[in-house]
Design a protein around this ligand. Structure first.
Ligand SMILES: Nc1ncnc2c1ncn2[C@@H]1O[C@H](COP(=O)(O)OP(=O)(O)O)[C@@H](O)[C@H]1O
Ligand SMILES: [Mg+2]
Length: 441
């Protein structure tokens, strides 16, 4: 049996024996690692000038989990309590204030707007709000500024794939869990100190109680975690597969990682049950043009330079200036990752990588092919070489170089749903899902 991940108590005891109102979900598994981030976040939130802090990062990196822990650690610092406001189910920015009001039990009375009611209710209160999953309601961000301006003792922690871009916002980009160096692998004892490996083992033990990290399986489990980039959600999903697969068999199959990473606990949000769904969540928040660019980038096997992105975008009809803006949006939403590399290729200090195999992404091959006359030729010009081992890149193809025939051979995993549309909230439709977290370097 998988452990349920979260339960909902109404109150929690604080560390010094007093009780403070807590309206936080209670994770039922221990937080692993993250000591450094916790210390940094707590220190930041105790600073009087830090009123709004946004935890950013790709889906499944652990933003919610860390946000809850930080909020819990700060229970005694907010006399009026800490409140968790789940926004995952909300697509319309207009519902953000009403969701906050609902959690705080604030009601609209008479002619006063909900914003005025909330300001009135919170004006004198020392209170921490944890707004979870803000990425699909980013247009509501200015309302948070209004609240913060009117309520001097209010602080807000937001989890979001993308920053809110508000004045006074402190962004805290969350990285995946640290990973061991496979070339100089420590002993299994030392490896057990890596949160990524412990997470795998704990979730495997939830299925098989006698599962252990041993000298015999340590390298394989380390390789699995490295292959999954230290992404906690991916590690949990992979560990769930130990019901049927040995770690060795699992590792072998991870070259098709999106097909393997299903079967999470049924009591986590549906969008988290597969990695593919997690990526779809981000993808559906893009405009059609940004979605198209993201699909285009999936032809790069291991990464590409910015020039290659521009070339491929222009070949598909995007204006050069628009393409750069769209790249920024993909970066902000953690669908692309930028990796600094000094003195490589045509762009000293910057290069791009799109990790993973196209065949794993479930992107719509026909749409990519149709959009890309001559893309293979053009994409080749500014290439640099892909760093090994990123996000399941196992093909040995060159960064920036489309994978050729195989790149267009997979069509699995289209996904339907109402688009939340950050800039076009009413847009609805069906879209195919591209690879997870391409890397722009
Ligand atoms: N440091 C950690 N220790 C234990 N489990 C973690 C840790 N970070 C994340 N997880 C687990 O990984 C999964 C994804 O984390 P979550 O916080 O939901 O990611 P995000 O909010 O970034 O999408 C959850 O089941 C969560 O409990
Ligand atoms: Mg989350």
């Amino acid at each position: 049996m998988q452990h349920p991940i979260i339960a909902f108590p109404s109150r929690a005891a604080s560390g010094n024996g007093q009780t403070s109102p807590s309206h936080l979900p209670l994770p039922l598994t221990p937080l692993l690692g993250r000591e450094h981030e916790l210390a940094q976040l707590t220190a930041l939130l105790l600073r009087p000038d830090v009123r709004l802090l946004t935890l950013t990062g790709p889906g499944g990196v652990g933003k919610t989990r860390l946000g809850i822990t930080v909020a819990r650690d700060l229970l005694t610092d907010f006399a009026a309590g800490v409140y968790f406001v789940p926004l995952a189910a909300i697509n319309d920015p207009d519902f953000v204030l009403s969701t906050i009001a609902h959690v705080l039990d604030v009601r609209e009375v008479g002619t006063r707007s909900l914003l005025e009611e909330l300001k009135g209710a919170l004006r004198e209160k020392s209170l921490l709000l944890l707004l979870d999953n803000f990425e699909q309601v980013l247009l509501a961000a200015p309302r948070l500024s209004d609240l913060l301006a009117a309520c001097p003792h209010l602080k807000i922690v937001v989890t979001s794939r993308a920053a809110l871009r508000l004045y006074g916002e402190h962004e805290f980009p969350l990285s995946p869990l640290p990973l061991p160096d496979l070339k100089h692998l420590p002993t299994s004892g030392a490896l057990s100190h890596y949160a990524a490996l412990t997470l795998f083992v704990q979730h495997a033990q939830a299925i098989k109680a006698d599962f252990q990290l041993t000298e015999a399986n340590a390298r394989t489990i380390a390789e699995i975690c490295v292959r999954l980039d230290g992404l906690p959600l991916a590690i949990e999903l992979a560990a769930a597969r130990t019901r049927l697969l040995s770690p060795q068999a699992l590792l072998a199959r991870l070259s098709h990682r999106l097909d393997v990473l299903t079967g999470g606990a049924c009591n986590v949000p549906a969008r988290q049950q597969t990695l593919r769904a997690t990526i779809a969540w981000s993808y559906h928040l893009l405009t059609p043009s940004e979605q198209q660019l993201f699909r285009l980038l999936s032809v790069f096997a291991g990464g590409c330079a910015l020039q290659a992105v521009e070339a491929i975008a222009q070949a598909a009809g995007h204006a050069a200036s628009t393409a750069l803006d769209e790249v920024s949006v993909l970066l902000e939403n953690n669908l692309l990752r930028q990796v600094e590399q000094v003195g490589v290729g045509d762009h000293p200090g910057i290069r791009a990588g799109v990790p993973g195999r196209h065949g794993e992404t479930g992107s719509d091959p026909s749409s990519a092919r149709g959009l890309l006359p001559g893309a293979r030729r053009r994409g080749r010009t500014p290439v640099t070489w892909t760093p090994a081992g990123q996000l399941g890149s196992t093909t040995g193809t060159r960064a920036g170089e489309p994978e050729g025939g195989a790149a267009f051979s997979s069509g699995a995993g289209t996904c339907a749903g109402k688009h939340a549309g950050r800039r076009d909230p009413d847009r609805a439709g069906v879209a195919s899902v591209c690879r997870p977290v391409p890397v722009l370097v």
